[in-house]
Design a protein around this ligand. Structure first.
Ligand SMILES: Cc1cc2nc3c(=O)[nH]c(=O)nc-3n(C[C@H](O)[C@H](O)[C@H](O)COP(=O)(O)OP(=O)(O)OC[C@H]3O[C@@H](n4cnc5c(N)ncnc54)[C@H](O)[C@@H]3O)c2cc1C
Length: 473
């Protein structure tokens, strides 16, 4: 463990100004957890940076003293990625929130890492352009966090995830070296694509200090619909049938009965309550294509015996229906003291099987699970409504998780579709990745961060920091 005494507080105050270094316990508490349930750890201090040079100086210092550094955006992560290691420096990027350039000739935007996803989407819209990745947390999540987690969103089915929009990155390595990776060229195959190594690296390889984003033309039209089903299986079948009909809507999200009732109690949207499952479907693009795709999706749902299809009459109604999905996590979080949200993901052809499996697991372990998610991506969010103070119940939750992840792997899926490994899924990674992949990941990390100062203990274990050994001796 890094002891507080080992932290170079005076040097940090010189680098970023004393008002940008927090050390009092009451100031540190809000940075001792992220969006992940049941995980908390006090940092040694929190430092707010304002440019790449400050970050480079801090990392050089931390590397020299072997002090752990945990990068933090808004702390909305759901795998414990920005959870501090004991006594470390939390390096928070939220004050680096400038949009540096919007290049309409090349359709790119250059931003600092602390800009929120919503600010990026709004700036693109104001310029008549479109930035598609829209994680449910987009009002507050930062682009640095989005890149580090390779975040998805509600439009991932048609438009892909954050990685698909990253053209360039400025990164500070743990040794303090600054690197620029990528550029505004649509094509570039010079050397290894190192930029892609940093996308999804969860703050373990370097700190992202600038992001060059790809923008695309704004779709001319959009239609939003909600279909309800008496059985969960029918909704899963409707998703498979829509994809099999070669329709790729921009959004194909689902909510189960528990989630629908929680959302309605929370947001009072006027959702139908007499159903087991609800599909939120959005198609966008050329007006003629939108009309045709919407009609086809409606027909598929009706042919499968859905209870009702509601088509939004205007933008306001579309936004209200979409908010049913956007508020799902917050709504479920009100139902029980502890909400543990997972993101097991399977090939779309296996969706119905996976949903049935989650239902069976809830029964087997006598647990309450609300499931919602990016159904069109095969990305489910089984959400355990539990209470971390009940030890025996938490044990059942853990066992249930293990079975769900095992089943996802057995069906050809993955243990995380978008939330990352962090601390929460660290123990499941070796089984999923296998020995060779684990070895290559460890060697890559050692090459970039020889002293293991960045995000220690996350994703997989590396040798203990020298000062941690000293503190625990
Ligand atoms: C209500 C809710 C809805 C959500 N919906 C979605 C969703 O639809 N899709 C999805 O993918 N996720 C979703 N998430 C998870 C989360 O919002 C994303 O992972 C998001 O990208 C995290 O951004 P952040 O700024 O909060 O990052 P943090 O939580 O602060 O950090 C996340 C990770 O990134 C690292 N990091 C942060 N900034 C940098 C940087 N500049 N350089 C290097 N590493 C960095 C941190 O060390 C940490 O490992 C949701 C979370 C909540 C609470």
């Amino acid at each position: 463990m890094t002891s507080r005494a080992a932290l170079p507080l005076d040097r940090l105050r010189q680098i970023v100004g004393k008002e940008n270094v927090l050390t009092q316990p009451e100031d540190l508490i809000p940075y001792s957890f992220d969006g992940t349930a049941a995980l908390q750890q006090m940092p040694g201090c929190v430092v707010f940076t304002s440019d790449s040079e400050q970050i480079a100086t801090i990392l050089r210092l931390a590397n020299e003293l072997r002090v752990g550094v945990v990068t933090r955006g808004s702390g909305t992560g759901l795998s414990g990625g920005s959870l501090p290691s004991s006594g470390c420096i939390v390096l928070c990027t939220v004050k680096m929130s400038r949009i540096l350039e919007l290049d309409k000739a090349n359709l790119t935007m250059l931003v600092e890492p602390g800009v929120t996803t919503l600010a990026i989407a709004d700036a693109a819209t104001a310029a008549g352009l479109f930035y598609p990745p829209d994680p449910g947390s987009m009002k507050i999540s930062t682009i640095g966090g989005n890149v580090a987690e390779n975040s998805g969103g509600l439009r991932g089915l048609k438009y892909g995830v954050t990685r698909n929009y990253v053209m360039g990155l400025e990164v500070v390595l743990p040794t303090g070296e600054l690197m620029w990776l990528g550029n505004k060229c649509v094509k570039d195959v010079a050397g290894y694509s190192l930029k892609d190594v940093f996308v999804g690296s969860e703050g373990t390889l370097g700190i992202i200090t600038k992001v060059l984003l790809r923008l695309i033309p704004k779709p001319a039209a959009k239609k939003t619909m909600v279909a309800t089903f008496a059985q969960m299986d029918q909704a899963a079948e409707a998703v498979s049938a829509i994809i099999a009909a070669q329709i790729i809507p921009c959004t194909l999200e689902f909510l189960d009965r528990t989630t629908i009732h929680s959302v309605e109690a929370y947001a009072k949207i006027g959702l139908p309550l007499n159903c087991e499952a609800l599909l939120l479907m959005e198609t966008d693009g050329h007006p003629a294509v939108v009309t045709e795709e919407a009609a086809q999706m409606e027909k598929i749902c009706r042919d499968l015996g859905c209870l009702e299809v509601r088509v939004a009459k205007d933008d306001a109604e579309a936004a209200r229906l979409a908010s049913a999905r956007r508020s799902a996590f917050s709504a479920l979080a009100r139902v029980a003291p502890t909400t543990i949200l997972e993101d097991a993901t399977v090939p779309r052809s296996e969706l119905a099987k996976m949903i049935r499996f989650v239902e069976a697991i809830a029964k087997k372990y006598r647990l309450r699970i609300g499931t919602f998610g990016h159904m069109g991506d095969g990305n489910l969010h089984p959400t355990f409504l539990t209470d971390e103070r009940k030890t025996e119940e938490m044990h059942r939750v853990e066992e249930a998780f293990k079975e769900i992840f095992d089943e996802a792997i057995r069906l050809g899926g993955t243990i995380t579709g978008e939330h990352g490994i962090g601390l929460a899924k660290k123990s499941f990674l070796p089984k999923f990745a296998g020995e060779a992949q684990m070895r290559v990941m460890r060697e890559l990390r050692r090459a970039l961060d020889p002293n293991g100062i960045l995000n220690p203990g996350k994703m997989f274990d590396m040798p203990t920091l020298a000062c941690e050994k000293k503190a625990s001796a």
